[in-house]
Design a protein around this ligand. Structure first.
Ligand SMILES: [Zn+2]
Ligand SMILES: [Zn+2]
Length: 382
C-alpha cells in the first residue's frame, strides 16, 4: 500500500521539518562541538562515565520500557518503574511512548510492506532514519492503540513530551555537568553526543537488523539475529527471535546471549517490581529452530526421510516427557491433597486427645481432693 496522500505532496511539504532539523542538527553540533570542547577543556573521567551510564540508562528505558513493556506488553511493572521509563525514556528523544509504541506495533503487523513505517524494502537509509524525515500518511495520524490511550500516565507523557524531552536530554546532563564543574561538557558530551549515539543504536535495529545476521527462528520476514548489534542495544539485536516471538520479554532467549534488558527485567521481578513475565515455552522455541534447520538440511541435499525420522524421534520423546510430567504433576497434587487430609485428621485427633488428657487430669484432681480428708491407713508391717 502506498502512502498516497503524502507521496503526492512536493518534497518541502512532505518533509517533517522539526524531525529533519533535529536529526541533522544534533550530529552536526556533536561532531563540531565535541572536538572543540575536548581540545579546550580536556575530557574528565567523570564525564566519560556519565556519557556511558546515561546512554545505557536512557537506552534501557527505551528497550525495557518503550519496547518490551509498552509496545509488546511482555510483562507488568509497578507504577514507580512505569513512571521512570516514561520520564527517563523521554531523554532518548525518540518520541512519546504513545507514538513510538503505535509505530512499532505497525512495524510488526506490516513488516516489510509499504505500510511498515520503517520498512527495509525501501532501503537502508529509509529504514534507518529516512522515515523520520517524511510525514507519515494521514491515515495513521493520531491512530493510537486503545490500551495505550487508556493509560493516563502514557497520555500525560504524550502531552508533556516536548518540555520533558528537552529537560531530560539537555537540561539534566547540563546540571550533572555543572555539579562536576563543567556544565558545557555535560551539555555537549552527556546531552548532544549521547543523543546521537543512542538514537543511532536504536535506528540500527530497524536498518541493520533487517539486513545483516542470521535467521534461526523464522525466514518469513527480513528480521535477523545480530550479536554485534545486541552489544550496543542492551540485547535488542536478537531481532529474528523477537519478530517470531514478540510477546516474550526476552530477545536473547538463550542464557548466554547478551541481553541486559532481559536481566534488568528479571532483576525487577526478583525485587517484586515486575511481574507476569511472558515466556514462550522452550518446546515452541525449539520447534521454530528445528523448522529452520530442516530447511537448511534440505537445501544441503539431506534426504527428507532421514530428517523426518529424526524429527519424529524428538517429537515422540517430547510427547512422552510431557505426558510423564503431567502424570507426575497430578500425582504430586493428589499426594499433597492426601497429605493435607491426613494432616487435618491428625490435628483433629490431637485436639480430642488433648481434651481427653485434660478431662482425665481434672478427674484425677477431683478424685484426689475427695480422698485427701480420709485418714491414711498405715501400711507398716505389711
Ligand atoms: Zn523489526
Ligand atoms: Zn518489537
Amino acid at each position: 500500500m502506498q502512502h498516497t496522500e503524502t507521496a503526492k505532496l512536493p518534497w518541502y511539504k512532505k518533509t517533517n521539518w522539526p524531525n529533519a532539523l533535529f536529526l541533522v542538527g544534533t550530529p552536526l553540533a556533536a561532531f563540531t562541538l565535541t572536538p572543540i570542547h575536548v581540545s579546550l577543556h580536556g575530557l574528565s573521567s567523570g564525564l566519560v562515565i556519565f556519557f556511558f551510564s546515561y546512554a545505557m540508562i536512557t537506552n534501557l528505558a527505551v528497550t525495557a520500557g518503550y519496547h518490551r513493556l509498552f509496545a509488546h506488553r511482555s510483562y507488568d511493572v509497578s507504577p514507580v518503574i512505569k513512571w521512570l521509563y516514561l520520564i527517563v525514556g523521554a531523554g532518548a528523544v525518540q518520541g512519546s511512548v504513545l507514538q513510538w509504541a503505535s509505530d512499532h506495533r505497525r512495524h510488526h503487523r506490516e513488516v516489510d510492506t509499504y505500510a511498515d513505517p520503517y520498512s527495509i524494502k525501501r532501503g537502508f537509509f529509509f529504514a534507518h532514519i529516512g522515515w523520520l524525515f517524511v510525514k507519515d500518511d494521514p491515515i495513521y495520524k493520531d491512530k493510537f492503540s486503545p490500551d495505550l490511550l487508556a493509560d493516563k500516565a502514557i497520555l500525560w507523557q504524550h502531552e508533556h513530551y516536548y518540555p520533558l524531552a528537552m529537560f531530560m536530554s539537555f537540561g539534566f546532563p547540563t546540571l550533572v555537568g555543572w555539579a562536576m564543574g563543567n556544565p558545557w561538557g555535560g551539555l555537549i558530551i552527556g546531552g548532544i553526543l549521547r543523543i546521537v549515539f543512542t538514537q543511532h543504536c536504536t535506528f540500527f535495529i530497524n536498518s541493520l537488523c533487517h539486513m545483516i545476521g542470521n535467521q534461526p527462528y523464522n525466514d518469513k520476514n527480513s528480521a535477523k539475529d545480530n550479536f554485534f548489534m545486541a552489544l550496543f542495544t542492551c540485547g535488542e539485536g536478537y531481532h529474528n527471535f523477537h519478530h517470531r516471538f514478540a510477546s516474550d520479554y526476552r530477545n536473547g532467549v538463550r542464557w548466554w546471549q547478551w541481553d541486559p534488558t532481559k536481566w534488568w527485567i528479571q532483576s525487577l521481578a526478583f525485587l517484586g517490581l515486575a511481574y507476569r513475565l511472558k515466556r514462550v515455552s522452550s518446546w515452541e522455541i525449539l520447534r521454530a529452530r528445528m523448522a529452520q534447520q530442516q530447511k537448511q538440511l534440505l537445501s544441503r541435499g539431506v534426504p527428507a526421510e532421514t530428517i523426518n525420522a529424526r524429527k519424529t524421534k524428538i517429537e515422540t520423546a517430547q510427547a512422552r516427557m510431557r505426558a510423564l510430567k503431567e502424570d507426575y504433576g497430578k500425582l504430586k497434587a493428589s499426594m499433597q491433597a492426601q497429605s493435607r487430609r491426613r494432616l487435618l485428621q491428625l490435628k483433629a485427633e490431637l485436639k480430642v486427645a488433648k481434651l481427653e488428657f485434660r478431662m482425665a487430669r481434672a478427674q484425677w484432681g477431683a478424685y484426689f481432693k475427695t480422698f485427701k480428708a480420709v485418714p491414711a491407713v498405715s501400711t507398716a508391717g505389711y
